[in-house]
Ligand binder design. Structure first.
Ligand code: IMP
Length: 436
C-alpha cells in the first residue's frame, strides 16, 4: 500500500505520460490533481500512439480506476471529445471518475484567455488558450462553477447568469468584443451534464477509502515545477500547482498519507511558450534536439524551445518537491550529438549563482555555466540494463545524480513501455540494481 506522486521537474513535457502508464501497472488508482486540457501526455501502447489531455494515461490499464481530482479544471466539451476518441479506439471508460468539486472551464474563460494574451502584446505568456488562467481566477475569486453545480440545473443557470453579467460587461466595455449568449451556453452545458453525470462522484472519499483498503495510488502531476504558480518562473507559469504540494489539495488526501514523490526529468531541457529560459539553444544543437526528440507541443503543436540539461532548474525542483528518486526520460535522444553539456550554474554580473533565482530579470539576463562531457554515438534505445549502457552514458547519468543529490530509479530510452530500464521500482522499497 502506498501513494506515489509523480511530478514534472522542468517546464513540463518531461514524458510523464509514459511514466504514468508504466507505474499504473502496479496501481489500482491513478489521479490527476491539477491543470486541465492545457496538458498533453503522449503514450505509445502496443505500437499505437495516444495523446491524453485530461484523462490519466492509466486508463489504458483495464483494472485501474482513473480519477480527475478536485484540483483539475475541466472543459466538458474537450473531455467528451477525448472520451469519444478513446471509445472509438476500443478503450473502456467504465473506470473513469470525475470530481464533483472540479471547476468547469466555460466558453468565457477560453475567450478571456485569448483576449488577455492579445492585450499583453510582447509580454504575452504564450498560454495554450484553453481558459486555464481565467478559470482558476474565478475559483480563487469564489465565483467559479463546479461539476456538482452542473448536475443541478437551477443553480447552474443562476451561477451562469451571475457570471455572465460581469463577463459580458468586460467583453463589451474593456475588450470591445461580442458577448456570450446565456441560452446557448446553458443548452450546451446541460447536454454535457447528461453525458458526464454517470462519471461525476465524490472522488476524495473514493481515494481515501482505497488508501485504507491498501491500494497503490498514483497521483499524476501535469506541467512541471518551473510552471508552478509559486515555484515557477512567475508570471510565465500556469495557474495551478504542479508541484507535489498540489497533490494533497487537488485530491483531498492529507499530505501525511503520501509516501514518495518521484520526479520526471528529461535528459535535456525544453520549454513551450514565452518566458525566460537560460539554457535555450537557438542554433543547430537546439534544432537537432527538437527534431530528434519530436519536441512539438502535444496540445498546440508549437515547436518547443530546447537546450542542454539545466541542473540549477532541476535542483530547484528536487527541493520544491522533496523528491525520493528521479526518472530520466528521453535519454536516447542525446546519442550522436558529439560533446554533451550540463548547466551547473548561472553567471550574473560576475557572480556564480547555484540556486534558481526568483527574479525574472536575473533569469533573463544570466549566462549558463556549462560543464562539457563526452557523448555517445550508440543507439541505446534497445538497451535493457544499466550495465549495457555505454560508459559515456553512465558517466552522464552519474553526474546528473551527483549534481541533483537524488538517485535515479527509472531510465527511459524510448517511447514504448518496454524501452525502460528500472533500477528501483518506486512501489517497492528495495533496489533492483545496486551497481551504480
Ligand atoms: P496555460 O496553462 O495555458 O495558462 O499556459 C501557461 C504556460 O504554461 C504557457 O507557457 C504554456 O505553454 C505552458 N504550459 C501549459 N501546459 C503545458 C504543458 O502541458 N506542457 C508544457 N507547457 C505547458
Amino acid at each position: 500500500m502506498s501513494i506515489i506522486t509523480l511530478v514534472g521537474t522542468q517546464w513540463g513535457d518531461e514524458g510523464k505520460g509514459k511514466l504514468v502508464d508504466l507505474l499504473a501497472e502496479d496501481a489500482q488508482l491513478v489521479v490527476r490533481y491539477q491543470g486541465g486540457n492545457n496538458a498533453g501526455h503522449t503514450v505509445v501502447h502496443k505500437g499505437q500512439e495516444f495523446i491524453f489531455h485530461l484523462i490519466p494515461s492509466g486508463i489504458l490499464h483495464p483494472g485501474t480506476l482513473c480519477i480527475l481530482g478536485n484540483g483539475v479544471v475541466i472543459d466538458p466539451e474537450a473531455l467528451i471529445e477525448e472520451m469519444r476518441t478513446l471509445t472509438e479506439r476500443g478503450v473502456a471508460l467504465s473506470n473513469l471518475r470525475i470530481s464533483e468539486r472540479a471547476h468547469l472551464i466555460m466558453p468565457y474563460h477560453r475567450l478571456l484567455d485569448e483576449l488577455q494574451e492579445q492585450a499583453r502584446g510582447d509580454k504575452r505568456i504564450g498560454t495554450t488558450s484553453r481558459g486555464i488562467g481565467p478559470v482558476y481566477v474565478d475559483k480563487v475569486g469564489r465565483c467559479g462553477i463546479r461539476m456538482a453545480d452542473l448536475l443541478e440545473r437551477d443553480s447552474f443557470e443562476e451561477l451562469l447568469a451571475r457570471n455572465l453579467e460581469e463577463k459580458n460587461l468586460l467583453f463589451e466595455k474593456i475588450y470591445n468584443t461580442k458577448q456570450c449568449d446565456k441560452d446557448e451556453i446553458l443548452s450546451d452545458y446541460l447536454g454535457y451534464a447528461e453525458e458526464l453525470k454517470e462519471y461525476i462522484s465524490d472522488v476524495s472519499s473514493i481515494i481515501n477509502k482505497a488508501y485504507l483498503e491498501g491500494d497503490n495510488i498514483l497521483f499524476e502531476g501535469a506541467q512541471g515545477t518551473l510552471l508552478d504558480l509559486d515555484e515557477g518562473t512567475y508570471p510565465y507559469v500556469t495557474s495551478s500547482h504542479p508541484i507535489a504540494g498540489g497533490a494533497s489539495i487537488g485530491t483531498g488526501v492529507g499530505p501525511t498519507k503520501i509516501d514518495k514523490v518521484v520526479g520526471a526529468v528529461k535528459a535535456y531541457t525544453t520549454r513551450v511558450g514565452e518566458g525566460p529560459f537560460p539554457i535555450e539553444e537557438l542554433g543547430p544543437i537546439g534544432q537537432r534536439i527538437r527534431e530528434m526528440g519530436r519536441e512539438y507541443g502535444a496540445t498546440t503543436g508549437r515547436p518547443r524551445r530546447c537546450g542542454w540539461f539545466d541542473a540549477v532548474a532541476v535542483r530547484h525542483a528536487v527541493q520544491a518537491n522533496g523528491l525520493a528518486s528521479i526518472a530520466i526520460t528521453k535519454l536516447d535522444i542525446l546519442g550522436g550529438l558529439g560533446k554533451i553539456k550540463i548547466c551547473t550554474g548561472y553567471r550574473y554580473k560576475g557572480n556564480l549563482i547555484r540556486d534558481f533565482p526568483s527574479s525574472i530579470r536575473i533569469i533573463q539576463e544570466c549566462q549558463p555555466v556549462y560543464e562539457e562531457m563526452d557523448g555517445w554515438d550508440d543507439d541505446i534505445s534497445q538497451t535493457e540494463t544499466y550495465d549495457e549502457l555505454p560508459d559515456a552514458t553512465r558517466r552522464y547519468l552519474a553526474r546528473i545524480q551527483e549534481l541533483l543529490g537524488v538517485r535515479i530509479s527509472i531510465i527511459s530510452v524510448g517511447s514504448e513501455r518496454g524501452q525502460t530500464i528500472i533500477l528501483e521500482n518506486p512501489w517497492a522499497s528495495e533496489k533492483m540494481s545496486a551497481e551504480r
